[in-house]
Design a protein around this ligand. Structure first.
Ligand SMILES: CC(C)(COP(=O)(O)OP(=O)(O)OC[C@H]1O[C@@H](n2cnc3c(N)ncnc32)[C@H](O)[C@@H]1OP(=O)(O)O)[C@@H](O)C(=O)NCCC(=O)NCCS
Length: 144
C-alpha cells in the first residue's frame, strides 16, 4: 500500500527511470527491516484493507536534516481512492496528536494537495527547502 501510494504521488513528478531502483521489492525489504525493530507505525483500514499509513517520532535520527521541532511526521500516505474521506486527517491526529503540539514535516515542493492539507493543520511553510536524496526532488519544511 505504501509503494502504491508512493507511485501515485511521485510518478507525475519523477522521470520514468527513477522506478528501476525504487521498487515494490525494495520497499518491502525496508519495511521488513523496520518492523522487526522497535518502531511502531499506524495504519488505517477500510473493510479490513490497509489504505493509509503514518509514522511520527520524537528526536531526529543521526545524519538527517537538522530539526527545528522535536516531533516530526516522517510518513503519511493514503491511497488516492481514499483522499478527501478523512483518513489522512485521522492518521495525522493519531500520530501528531494533540493538534497544538509543535511538529514539523518535510514535503515535496510540488505536492500542492499535501501542502494544503498540512497548512490546514497549522503546519506552515517556514521557508526552508532542501534536496531529498531518495526522491531527487526539492522538499519544503512545514512547521507548527
Ligand atoms: C496528504 C494526504 C494524507 C492528505 O489527505 P487528504 O484526504 O487528501 O486531505 P484533504 O482532502 O482532507 O485535504 C486536502 C486539501 O488540499 C486541497 N487540494 C486538493 N487537491 C489540491 C491541489 N491539486 N492543489 C491544491 N490543493 C488541493 C483540498 O481541497 C484540501 O484543502 P481544503 O481543506 O482547504 O479544502 C493525502 O492526500 C495523501 O496521502 N497524499 C499522497 C501521499 C502524500 O503526498 N503524502 C505526504 C507526503 S509528505
Amino acid at each position: 500500500m505504501h509503494h502504491a501510494s508512493w507511485v501515485e504521488t511521485y510518478a507525475p513528478l519523477l522521470p520514468a527511470d527513477h522506478w528501476r531502483l525504487d521498487t515494490l521489492q525494495r520497499r518491502t525489504e525496508t519495511w521488513r527491516r523496520c518492523l522487526t525493530g522497535e518502531g511502531a507505525v499506524t495504519v488505517a483500514e477500510v473493510a479490513g484493507t490497509v489504505v493509509g499509513i503514518a509514522f511520527a517520532d520524537v528526536g531526529r535520527r543521526v545524519g538527517e536534516r537538522a530539526p527545528v521541532r522535536d516531533r516530526e511526521l516522517y510518513l503519511l500516505y493514503v491511497l488516492a481512492a481514499h483522499h478527501g474521506t478523512g483518513v489522512g486527517q485521522a492518521l495525522l491526529d493519531v500520530v501528531v496528536l494533540p493538534r497544538h503540539v509543535p511538529a514539523q514535516v518535510w514535503v515535496a515542493e510540488h505536492n500542492p494537495r499535501a501542502r494544503r492539507f498540512y497548512e490546514r493543520n497549522d503546519l506552515l511553510p517556514d521557508g526552508a527547502r532542501a534536496p531529498d536524496e531518495h526522491l531527487g526532488l526539492a522538499v519544503a519544511r512545514h512547521v507548527r
